[in-house]
Design a protein around this ligand. Structure first.
Ligand SMILES: CC(C)(COP(=O)(O)OP(=O)(O)OC[C@H]1O[C@@H](n2cnc3c(N)ncnc32)[C@H](O)[C@@H]1OP(=O)(O)O)[C@@H](O)C(=O)NCCC(=O)NCCS
Length: 163
């Protein structure tokens, strides 16, 4: 489970995707502090306790470094950045029943655009699971020798932290 590098100066545009999701009732937006507990509970339930811990740090950042996908008042996905380490993307997850609609890509692009706006030229996808997803959507490339990388002292399972 290596890390991957993304060129933030070559991101694909996100506008059409975000508009088409909005037209089908799916919103991509930055998390709000009043929703912190319900978002963290959702992440623990649908990802893991480790992902919850990482996401919790996002609420200490200004602005909050976590995007959610919602349908009405229902959370259907999330993505964190600046959580595991500064300039890192992840963890992320889309509800199984909502995968394949472009939500994961929209959450990824929202996060990467935020990192680009903060001044970064590159971003790192931490301990990837689906490398093909990141290669296909944002041209990410594997960082050689990055396994286990910063996770070498992680107390949990490498598989758990990736979701
Ligand atoms: C990875 C994940 C966030 C992707 O979300 P998603 O909403 O299903 O993905 P999207 O619909 O935005 O997919 C965008 C494109 O990537 C492709 N893609 C999605 N998941 C993929 C995968 N695992 N492998 C290869 N390609 C993938 C899609 O086919 C789509 O291609 P298209 O534009 O040609 O149609 C989601 O599958 C998920 O939550 N997985 C479980 C948790 C996880 O693995 N998190 C990542 C840890 S690093």
């Amino acid at each position: 489970m290596p890390d991957m590098l993304v060129k933030l100066y070559e991101l694909p545009p996100s506008g059409d995707l975000v508009r088409s999701l909005a037209a089908s009732g799916i919103q991509i937006r930055r998390a709000m502090a009043p929703d912190k507990v319900r978002i963290l509970s959702w992440i623990e339930e649908h990802s893991s306790i480790s992902a919850r811990g990482e996401a919790d740090t996002c609420f200490s950042n200004t602005p909050i470094s976590l995007f959610i996908a919602t349908e009405g008042k229902t959370i259907i996905g999330y993505a964190c950045y600046d959580a595991t380490a500064p300039n890192f993307f992840g963890p992320t997850r889309v509800l199984d029943a909502k995968q394949g609609l472009g939500i994961g890509k929209a959450l990824l692009l929202a996060s990467l655009e935020a990192m680009r706006a903060a001044g970064f030229a590159y971003a790192i996808i931490g301990g990837v699971g689906p490398a093909e997803f990141y290669a296909k959507t944002v041209g990410a490339t594997i960082i050689e020798g990055s396994t286990p990388g910063i996770y070498k002292d992680f107390l949990g399972s490498r598989l758990i932290i990736s979701d």
